[in-house]
Design a protein around this ligand. Structure first.
Ligand SMILES: NC(=O)CC[C@H](N)C(=O)O
Length: 446
């Protein structure tokens, strides 16, 4: 094994300092390490001071059953799955009782973008990456104005944060948004169960007065299939969007000289879809999920985007009807839920997958070029390609299971992807899809 570096990395040092400061700092939730301890770094003219914050969840003392106070936190939460299994855990974030569908996400980074992706409404996200919370949260990584998910399930909650963008600990953030979190639970074992048995409904609870059987009953009675979750996450009224990707993060250097007016249907839209479209030269009007197609067409947009969104695409016939009224009239781009609604609008069928795709590491093949992208995904339903009419072509497949990952119907100037070209979080490989949409709108203008 290679000898350890003479100077330990800053994060490791912050961790050990944070640990030794734990007892002394119990009353304060944050501290800034002094320059010699943190190794104040100089880069060009910029000076970075490394700020470490102790996560408060790990500091709470607990009263054990024997009435004695322990200076560490004890298990105070349960996750009861509909198969009858009971998982004890420690809580952070909000307390209470929540029911939802458990899905596992294999992204290594980006928990804040995941927490604010409205497509997770009605679900508990279990992160397979065992160490979460170390970068805290910051105001720029939000994918929507709210957290719609049921809760967060993690193996290990970082005892401190160490990131120059961090403004708040994950725990405080979840408490403010009233979102439950649990840690110190065997996320690997739960993931294996979901992979073997398929997705499961669960109940998260910190309420000791409820028995395991009562929680089990709640899990078994709750349904997510056939429920319209879009109406709970869409915007109330139309609005204009004009924010691009911040110049600090922009990786596309050749902005379009033309401007395109795009109307984006908000089925639970992620902000990065809007930022990427704006970076590609679009002026965007966002409309609520139930906005009449006729009003959208009256705006004479260059294109229409059907966004991502939570839940079962078969539970929102009003949205399928809207898509039907628009396709063939203007160029359209569907992303995730938008792709599934397009599939249905074309007369195809969607089905629920065994445990879905959630993570930033899914290989997808573009069948037109043979190019393979590593993509960001988040869906439990998929379009059955056999059910599609002639003319609709499958353009992309997920290489893990050969499921349909993209569609094109040239005559209708229609394209759609089952995954997330906007990433956030995830790799940027598929960003070119926005360029393809621009080309589609351009060709329609000629
Ligand atoms: N990200 C999304 O748009 C999710 C689509 C749909 N709700 C699904 O789970 O399949």
């Amino acid at each position: 094994m290679a000898a350890p570096p003479a100077t330990a990395p800053a994060t490791a040092r912050c961790l050990s300092v944070a640990k030794s400061c734990w007892a002394a700092e119990r009353s304060s939730s944050s501290f800034v390490l002094s320059a010699p301890a943190t190794g104040l770094r100089q880069s060009g003219s910029r000076v970075f001071s490394i700020r470490a914050k102790v996560a408060t969840g790990l500091q709470r003392a607990c009263i054990a059953d024997d009435g004695a106070e322990r200076p560490w936190k004890l298990s105070d939460a349960r996750l009861v799955l509909e198969d009858g299994s009971v998982w004890t855990a420690k809580s952070f974030g909000a307390s209470g009782t929540q029911v939802g569908e458990v899905v596992f996400n294999t992204s290594l980074t980006g928990y804040q973008e995941i927490l604010t992706d409205p497509s997770y409404a009605g679900q508990f996200v279990l992160m397979t990456n065992p160490h979460i919370g170390n970068t805290g949260v910051n105001p720029d990584d939000e994918e929507s104005n709210q957290c719609f998910l049921g809760g967060l399930i993690i193996r290990n909650l970082s005892i401190c944060t160490s990131n120059w963008r961090c403004k708040e600990t994950l725990e405080k953030y979840l408490i403010k948004r009233n979102i439950m979190g649990i840690y110190d639970v065997d996320t690997r074992a739960i993931t294996r169960r979901l992979r073997e048995d398929g997705s499961l409904i669960g109940v998260l609870s910190t309420d000791q007065s409820l028995t395991d059987n009562e929680l089990l009953e709640m899990a078994q009675k709750w349904k997510i299939v056939g429920v319209d979750l879009i109406s709970g996450v869409t915007c109330d009224a139309p609005y204009e969007w004009s924010d691009k990707t911040d110049s600090e993060w922009e990786f596309k250097r050749d902005p379009s000289s033309e401007t395109f007016h795009v109307v984006a249907y908000d089925f639970g839209i992620k902000h990065n879809i809007l930022r990427r479209l704006t970076s590609y030269g679009c002026k965007i009007t966002v409309v609520p999920a139930n906005w009449p197609a006729s009003e959208v067409l009256n705006l004479k947009p260059n294109g229409v985007l059907f966004s991502n969104g939570p839940g079962d695409p078969a539970a929102v016939p009003y949205a399928v009807k809207t898509v039907q009224e628009i396709i063939g009239k203007v160029p359209v781009f569907g992303i995730c839920m938008g792709h599934q609604l397009i599939g249905q609008a074309l007369g195809g069928k969607t089905f629920k997958m065994k445990f879905g795709h959630h993570g930033g590491n899914h290989p997808v093949c573009d069948l037109r070029s043979g190019r393979v992208d590593i993509s960001a995904q988040n869906h439990n339903y998929a379009v059955d390609p056999e059910s599609l009419p002639e003319g609709a072509k499958v353009t992309h497949v997920n290489l893990n299971d050969n499921s349909c990952a993209g569609l094109q119907y040239s005559k209708m100037k229609l394209m759609s992807l089952q995954y997330h070209p906007e990433s956030s979080p995830g790799p940027h490989d598929s960003d070119t899809a926005f360029g393809e949409f621009i080309e589609l709108m351009k060709s329609n203008r000629l």
